[in-house]
Write a protein that binds this ligand. Structure first.
Ligand SMILES: [Zn+2]
Length: 93
């Protein structure tokens, strides 16, 4: 059995909605992965849980914030995008 089986990464992109400024981006949050023969392994806080329980999540770029529901779309955070590309992930559209 291969120790380094491929993983399905679960990535959530979330818009930050801080008050008053220019820093409005959609960030990418890596929540965890599902091994081929196993259950989902969490690497960080769930975005959905963060929305419900007000627990902070960490984006690929290192930004930590409490996610909130927001119908608006913001441009993808350039740092998150770079990290995702460098890791060879396919980006959410
Ligand atoms: Zn980001």
């Amino acid at each position: 059995m291969a120790a380094n089986a491929e993983h399905d990464l679960l990535i959530e992109s979330v818009a930050t909605t801080e008050d008053g400024d220019h820093e409005r981006f959609t960030h990418i949050v890596l929540e965890g992965y599902t091994p081929k023969d196993g259950d989902f392994v969490a690497l960080g806080n769930s975005v959905v849980e963060g929305m419900i329980n007000a627990t902070p999540v960490t984006a690929l770029c290192g930004k930590v914030w409490v996610p909130s529901r927001d119908p608006q779309k913001y441009p993808l955070c350039p740092t998150c995008r770079e990290v995702a590309i460098s890791l060879g992930w396919s980006l959410p559209s």
